[in-house]
Design a binder for this molecule. Sequence first.
Ligand SMILES: C[S@@+](CC[C@H](N)C(=O)[O-])C[C@H]1O[C@@H](n2cnc3c(N)ncnc32)[C@H](O)[C@@H]1O
Length: 148
Amino acid sequence: MYSMRAIGYVKSPYKERAEVPRGLGAKHEAEGVLEIAPEFEKGLTDIEGFSHLFVLWMFDRSEGFELMGTPPSDNRAHGVFATRSPYRPNPIGLTVVELVRRDGPRLYVRGVDMLEGTPILDIKPYLSSVDPEKLRRGWLGEAEARKG
Ligand SMILES: C[S@@+](CC[C@H](N)C(=O)[O-])C[C@H]1O[C@@H](n2cnc3c(N)ncnc32)[C@H](O)[C@@H]1O
């Protein structure tokens, strides 16, 4: 077992799961704030230079997990590790957000899909080194193609 603590919490416009856009073509442009605890603020030093961040967080309002599930973007079941399901053996969420500005321990960001009060586990600069031509989108690409 491993234990983790929150480094902060998300201020989000979404209070309920049903409010978060989902399914094929869903856009995540909602603005929110990553409020980092004072004891970790020094760790934000130099973060302003990055346009986008990876945010790792807890699905603290999910219970249990399903190894197979049908996501809102498809009508076929897929393995949990081939999806972004909130029902995972380790309920860790990963969201890429755009960093709009920093005000001390508060990071104003765009692109949140977390609920209000979601615990933040970690933040890292987003740096993609994957050649777009080598990127395959698996079942999601197929579902998008079927939808046309
Ligand atoms: C499909 S998951 C994807 C989350 C993240 N982008 C990822 O890939 O890990 C997004 C859904 O998680 C749910 N969600 C957001 N915050 C949550 C929380 N704190 N606890 C449980 N579910 C949450 C919302 O219903 C939202 O629609």
